[in-house]
Design a protein around this ligand. Structure first.
Ligand code: HAM
Length: 422
């Protein structure tokens, strides 16, 4: 029976006591993105596996170890999306969105799936808020993207002291090639000590060596050559202007020349949002080569994604005064009824208060005693209550009670009068 009553490992039920915080973060994120001209896009939960092989990269941990891949009944290999960028890029190409006015700005909130070892902040099903820009190859575009994420973090009242925005430039394909050769040379000295995967990385994709989490390999990262030192003049200029734009926008940042990101499609700008406890709650960068790689027009692109579970956990841990904490759904009103006729009137008034006045109102739908109804009203946190019995019906008047300060007021028993007094 355990399989029936226990959620699969690495998944998280967002119960009502926390789900409202997710909804609040998502609403604020979409609202802020909209101000900068981003329009929402929704893509399927699963895609052809090949899409992620080609975009995220065959040699990444995501593709090699973490994808939920299955064959459908016709033998097509499909994969639950491990991230949001590749599906959006695919949808942009397939639907000709690059023919619209550029830059094209799209945003999304989506579930993602990665078969990772579950631990604090790491799930097998998680959600991302992402933003992508197509058709702008400028440092200003990258800075504007980071500013969007920063604005969201500020709106959520996450204190600046508890996280860092780390930025780096991994250069263009030309300067990266020279860097990769240097990296390969460096790691070759320790070949004997590297894990099995790193042996493959050494030949196939040396940048991924910096991503290895096996402790015996990770220690070599400390003295590895730094990519910033290999950026060509154009890439260095791009990075310098990018930093200047961040300063212009008052976005605090730290250069971390060791960020390489866990996905292959990046070039030039890369960045991560890192909490003081080490949790990376967002990341992104420029990916100019991806659209062409996927068969679309050669179009520069850039974007980021924030993990919503991680954002909520940062809010829980650090942002005690965030608006998100106080948006819990509490009913405005509870109307109790004693007896059949009163229950029917309570049902009718509740319906009218909701429909005509937008007031969140509850009444008894399980046939409880008035005492049990009031106990329930208390538990829901309803701010006002009314009890209707035979006398109230006869006089068409009832007592409206403020459940917090216990003040009472006589009101006529119709929705309009009740709505005016709460
Ligand atoms: P990513 O760094 O792989 O980038 O993921 C972005 C964010 O998703 C992470 O910073 C983290 O907050 C969250 N995340 C990733 N894996 C997990 C997990 N197992 N459990 C919980 N949260 C997780 C991307 O996905 C890129 N598509 C970002 C991007 C958009 N780059 C350009 N555009």
């Amino acid at each position: 029976m355990a399989a029936v009553t226990k959620a699969p490992r690495g998944t998280l039920d967002k119960l009502p006591s926390i789900a409202y915080k997710y909804r609040a973060v998502e609403n604020i994120a979409l609202e802020i993105a909209n101000l900068s001209g981003y329009r929402e896009i929704r893509t399927p939960v699963f895609e052809h596996t090949e899409l992620f092989r080609r975009s995220v990269g065959d040699t990444t941990d995501i593709v090699q170890k973490e994808m939920y891949t299955f064959d459908d009944k016709k033998g097509r290999s499909l994969t639950l999306k491990p991230e949001g960028t590749a599906p959006v890029a695919r949808a942009v190409i397939e639907n000709g969105l690059l023919n619209e006015a550029l830059p094209l700005k799209l945003c999304y909130i989506t579930n993602c799936y990665r078969y990772e070892a579950p631990q604090s902040g790491r799930y097998r099903e998680f959600s991302q808020f992402g933003a992508e820009v197509y058709g702008a190859n400028t440092p200003l575009c990258d800075a504007e993207l980071i500013a969007l994420a920063f604005t969201l973090i500020e709106r959520l009242q996450i204190p600046q002291s508890c996280y860092k925005i780390e930025v780096n430039s991994i250069g263009c394909p030309e300067c990266r090639k020279i860097y990769q050769d240097a990296l390969k040379k460096y790691y070759e000295q320790f070949k004997e000590e590297l894990c099995h995967d790193c042996h493959t990385r050494l030949t196939n994709n040396p940048m991924r060596l910096l991503d290895c989490k096996v402790p015996t390999c990770a220690k070599f990262k400390n003295d590895a050559p730094l990519i910033l030192e290999y950026n060509c003049d154009d890439c260095s200029d791009f990075f310098a202007t990018f930093k200047m734009a961040l300063e212009t926008l008052n976005v605090p940042y730290h250069v971390n020349p060791k960020i390489v990101r866990g996905l292959d499609y990046y070039c030039n700008t890369v960045f991560e949002f890192v909490c003081e406890n080490g949790l990376v709650f967002g990341g992104g960068g420029r990916y100019n080569g991806l659209m062409k790689e996927l068969g679309g027009a050669d179009t520069p692109a850039s974007g980021f994604a924030l993990g919503i579970e991680r954002i909520v956990s940062v809010i829980e841990g650090y942002a005690t005064s965030s608006d998100v904490q106080s948006t819990q759904n509490v009913p405005e009103m509870y109307i109790a009824g004693i007896g059949e006729q009163s229950a029917m009137l309570a049902l009718k008034l509740s319906h009218e208060l909701r429909e005509e006045y937008g007031i969140q109102c509850l009444c008894d739908i399980v046939g409880r005693s008035v005492k049990a109804q009031m106990r329930f009203a208390d538990k829901t946190g309803a701010k006002f209550s009314i009890v209707i019995g035979d006398d109230e019906i006869a006089n068409n008047v009832a007592t409206l009670k403020n459940m917090e300060n216990k003040e009472t007021l006589e009101v006529t028993l119709n929705a309009s009068e009740i709505s005016k007094n709460i």
